[in-house]
Design a protein around this ligand. Structure first.
Ligand code: FES
Ligand code: FES
Length: 160
């Protein structure tokens, strides 16, 4: 334990090993945004209701406002900044652009991360299924039609 009750944690973020010193009460969301400068992950409600803070932890989607950074020692975290390969956007990112699946963009990084996981989970066989399995990600702008279309489209592309 470091000075002042803070703890050093080591984890991988977007394939890069990171070490940060955080107080035990700091959420993964705040550690990403405030300690690592990765502000692509958004803070909406900060209490598990909106999904804006969704990231992947060892490939599983989680709401990063609901998990403490200290609980994620050794975890491989992927944020929206880690999806593209150089200049090449991830198929889900491209599909969101193609389908105009956002308005203010506040929910978009969380929607995209959740969509990546949803596709890998195999929960994209129909529009209804996508709506159900993406229901933890809210959009105040109600861009749901575009979001669902983008997820279905990207799913088809990724599954070949
Ligand atoms: Fe985490 Fe809303 S900010 S669920
Ligand atoms: Fe504005 Fe979803 S695009 S909240």
């Amino acid at each position: 334990m470091a000075a002042g009750g803070s703890v050093e944690i080591a984890l991988s973020v977007n394939g890069v090993p990171r070490r940060v010193v955080v107080e035990p009460r700091v959420t993964l969301l705040d550690a990403l945004r405030d300690r690592m400068g990765l502000t692509g992950t958004k803070k909406g409600c900060d209490r598990g209701e909106c999904g804006a803070c969704t990231v992947l932890a060892d490939g599983q989607r989680i709401k990063s406002c609901l998990t403490l950074a200290v609980m994620r020692q050794g975890t491989e975290v992927t944020t929206v900044e880690g999806l593209a390969s150089g200049d090449k956007l991830h198929p889900v990112q491209e599909a969101f652009i193609r389908h105009d699946a956002f308005q203010c963009g506040g929910c978009t990084p969380g929607q995209i991360m959740s969509a990546v996981a949803c596709i890998h989970e195999g929960h994209t066989r129909s529009e209804d299924e996508v709506r159900e399995w993406m229901s933890g990600n809210l959009c105040r702008c109600a861009a749901y039609q575009g979001i669902v279309a983008a997820v279905l489209d990207a799913s088809e592309e990724m599954r070949g």
